[in-house]
Design a protein around this ligand. Structure first.
Ligand code: HAM
Length: 419
């Protein structure tokens, strides 16, 4: 039996990676335009980082982490997300001492042991932004603006920004009791996970996707109605900033993100095109995270977007990423050492000049090789056969209109640049 890839992961083949690179290039460009610097953290971290950072009671930590002991019996985990790791790196490298705030971005694989389904994988890829060191609502608005700007630039406009404030530990402790009082009469009807969450983290119950639970939290008190003065003011300012930039959003008082570190702003961008359940991206403020994983109480805000979800929504709205990676020249030669030497030397000459050049390796007929040039969507086929060799020339065929001309080898490069 041949070996296959593990469940829930993908092979990205050249046609796909070319499109991914276009999207990635746009994200790198935009991050630069907005003044973010790239950070690359390890693929694995100490398990404790996510347990403390993401939260012991979250699904991610309880059910979804790829955790293993290394040969020295240290518990390590493949990163299920990158915010905790970026904060760890920011603290460990003492970036806070260098500037008032830092704007960082990342792009790379994350790992979660989730049930694979459309748009949900066990290895997936996130692009994310984090602004560390500021409490300003401008930073919240900037993150949301960036997320929207990206979708605008790739031509996806069937979107909704869901916005909420999940408050801070101050407002949450009073709200927590209110919520527990509301849920108490139906506690037995909630799923096992939610019964566990009831004491440890009742807010997470509002994020349970099981119908039985959803039935019982409908009509629950809303955190946004119980914000302290500081959180309410911050939320108001974020909304005013979004409005000032003409960014539309819907207030979604039921939005509770699946990670525990959020404070104040929480948001997700969803598209009906791929089903309202799966977010294209999500994020929020996490003012307590760095105090939780380190020894500095420094605020932060950010978001992350799944690259697979980007392609899912593009397909759903019938958009595609146009790729132009077709060769400028496709060199064809007969199966004869002299012809192959000339072909190889010419290919090197053209490549040195920066022309995309392909060389046919197979000893096939000229006709078959021309077909291959056509399949590769080459602009020009360059043919080196007996006749050409005898006169030190090659035949150039314009693949768009089939016109042909002969040129000495030394003139081909200049001709193709002018063509
Ligand atoms: P998250 O909501 O867990 O947030 O993930 C962010 C995005 O990653 C999701 O909206 C989705 O597009 C994608 N995603 C998550 N899980 C999967 C999966 N199994 N398969 C495919 N795509 C997936 C975070 O990870 C936070 N770190 C975001 C953040 C950054 N908050 C503040 N800063």
């Amino acid at each position: 039996m041949s070996i296959t890839r593990p469940r829930g992961v993908n092979d990205l083949l050249p046609e796909t990676t070319a499109k991914w690179r276009e999207v990635e290039a746009l994200l790198h460009l935009m991050a630069e335009e907005y003044g973010f610097g790239e950070i690359r953290t390890p693929i694995f971290e100490q398990t404790m980082l996510f347990a403390r950072g993401v939260g012991e009671t979250t699904d991610i930590v309880q059910k979804e982490m790829y955790t293993f002991n290394d040969r020295s019996d240290r518990s390590l985990t493949l990163r299920p997300e990158n915010t905790a790791a970026v904060c760890r790196a920011y603290l460990e490298n003492k970036l806070y001492g260098q500037a008032a705030n830092h704007k960082l971005y990342y792009l790379g694989p994350m790992f979660r042991y989730e049930r694979p389904q459309a748009g949900r994988f066990r290895q997936f890829h996130q692009f994310g932004l984090e602004i560390l060191g500021t409490k300003s609502p401008l930073a919240d608005a900037e993150i949301i603006a960036f997320a929207c700007d990206f979708f605008r630039r790739i031509g996806v406009d069937d979107l909704k920004v869901h916005l909420n404030s999940v408050g801070c530990p101050n407002c949450r402790s009073a709200y927590r009791s209110l919520l527990q009082d509301f849920l108490q009469p139906n506690l037995d009807a909630l799923c096992g996970d939610c019964q566990n969450r009831y004491e440890r983290n009742p807010l997470r119950i509002l994020d349970c996707k099981k119908e039985a639970c959803a039935l019982h939290y409908q009509g629950a008190p809303k955190i946004s109605d119980h914000l302290c003065a500081e959180c309410a003011e911050h939320f108001e300012q974020v909304q005013q900033l979004l409005a000032a930039a003409g960014l539309k959003y819907v207030l979604d008082t039921g939005l509770v993100r699946g990670l525990d570190y959020y404070t104040k702003t929480a948001f997700e961008i969803r598209s009906e095109a791929i089903g309202a359940q799966s977010a294209l991206c999500g994020g929020g403020r996490y003012d307590g995270l760095m105090a939780e994983i380190g020894d500095k109480d420094i605020p932060g805000i950010g978001y992350a977007m799944g690259i697979e979800r980007v392609f899912q929504v593009l397909a759903a709205v019938n958009q595609d990423i146009e790729i132009d990676n077709h060769p400028d020249a496709y060199i064809i030669s007969i199966d004869q050492p002299e012809a192959q030497k000339s072909a190889f030397a010419l290919a090197n000459d053209l490549r040195k000049a920066g022309l995309k050049t392909e060389l046919n390796f197979e000893a096939k007929s000229i006709k078959a090789q021309l077909k291959a040039a056509n399949n590769a969507k080459a602009a020009w086929a360059i043919i080196i056969a007996e006749n050409e060799l005898a006169y030190g020339k090659a035949t150039l065929k314009n693949m768009a209109n089939s016109e042909q001309l002969e040129l000495p080898f030394g003139e081909i490069r200049a001709f193709l640049f002018g063509a």
